[in-house]
Design a protein around this ligand. Structure first.
Ligand code: AP5
Ligand code: MG
Length: 274
């Protein structure tokens, strides 16, 4: 297999993705969502430390928001499996493979996508794990099988994880964040019906596009996501604690405060960084 040393970075609250005539993104920082072989050139890391992190925590804890802030701060690539599936959901349904059609159906209901599909998509983009800027895995791994597959792969490739940042947030705050989220259909900007309402109800402040509720942010899907998290994902806390990688971080407060808290915790954890 041919490895790349650079890869793409996606913003969690992404601006509109420009699409070329072939239906591909022309922004190298997001192109990997569509093309596993897309390349980019991340800025060189002035701190010299290459952070290879898993951002962990329940749905709504703020993994995507923090990945966006941390990727700027640490110059590491942001790889989100959820964004990968949401991006696929915007394709023409006729162009989806049967495995992807099934995956999107699972996602709509808040269930996990089968491990085989998730691993195939990550494996296709595994050149990103060699990125010289490091990486931030957001939403992956989510099951013990995924964590073990990742660990075997990293050991084989002699890549060491720096830490697994575990964002902790009380359940009532999680439900408030997810239930009130509205996303612009056109430019992906994120609002909240109470905490960050748009100037005009239902319309994006930035591009005027319609604000929609993510299908998996409907109450019944949130309930499934939280149950699945407890049953299948939370056990990874123990897995990574045993590997000496777990770094708990309180996820309450403003996004900037949490980012600062994360960087401080990482600096104290620095001996583990490659
Ligand atoms: P994914 O996209 O990973 O979703 P998730 O983790 O379930 O949930 P979120 O993305 O909503 O939470 P988050 O922690 O990223 O928080 P965010 O920053 O967005 O996965 C979606 C689906 O894809 C899964 O359910 C599954 O079906 C499938 N999937 C993906 N990966 C998979 C895998 N590895 N295996 C199997 N299936 C997989 O913030 C949430 C909200 O809170 C936002 O509105 C945000 O603006 C707001 N917010 C963030 N921080 C703050 C703050 N400090 N204060 C106030 N509001 C805040
Ligand atoms: Mg997310």
């Amino acid at each position: 297999m041919e490895w790349r040393t650079d890869c793409s970075i996606i913003p969690a609250i992404s601006p509109a993705i420009a699409i070329d005539m072939n239906g591909k993104s022309n922004d190298p920082r997001v192109a990997w969502l569509q093309d596993p072989h897309a390349e980019c050139s991340p800025p060189s890391n002035p701190g010299g430390i290459c952070w290879r992190l898993v951002l962990f925590g329940p749905p709504g804890a703020g993994k995507g928001t923090q990945a966006h802030l941390l990727s700027r701060r640490l110059h590491a690539c942001h790889l989100s499996t959820g964004e990968l599936f949401r991006s696929a959901a915007s394709y023409n349904p006729c162009s989806l493979t049967p495995a992807m059609t099934t995956a999107l159906e699972h996602m709509r209901h808040g269930a996990l996508v089968p491990d085989s599909t998730v691993w195939a998509m990550v494996r296709e983009r595994s050149g990103c794990l060699h990125c010289r800027g490091g990486f931030l895995l957001d939403g992956f791994p989510r099951t013990l099988a995924q964590a073990e597959a990742l660990q075997v792969f990293l050991e084989k490739e002699q890549i060491a994880l720096s830490a697994v940042v575990d964002y902790e947030l009380p359940l009532d705050e999680i439900i408030l964040r997810l239930g009130g989220r509205r996303t612009c259909e056109q430019c992906n900007s994120v609002f909240h019906v109470i905490q960050q309402p748009p100037r005009t109800e239902g319309l994006c402040d930035h591009c005027g596009g319609p604000l929609i509720q993510r299908e998996d942010d409907r109450p019944e899907a949130i309930a499934v996501r939280l149950k699945v998290y407890q049953q299948r994902t939370a056990p990874l806390v123990q897995y990574y604690r045993q590997l000496g990688l777990l770094l708990p971080v309180a996820a309450a407060g403003s996004p900037d405060m949490i980012c600062e808290r994360t960087v401080t915790a990482l600096e104290q954890h620095r001996p583990f960084a490659a």
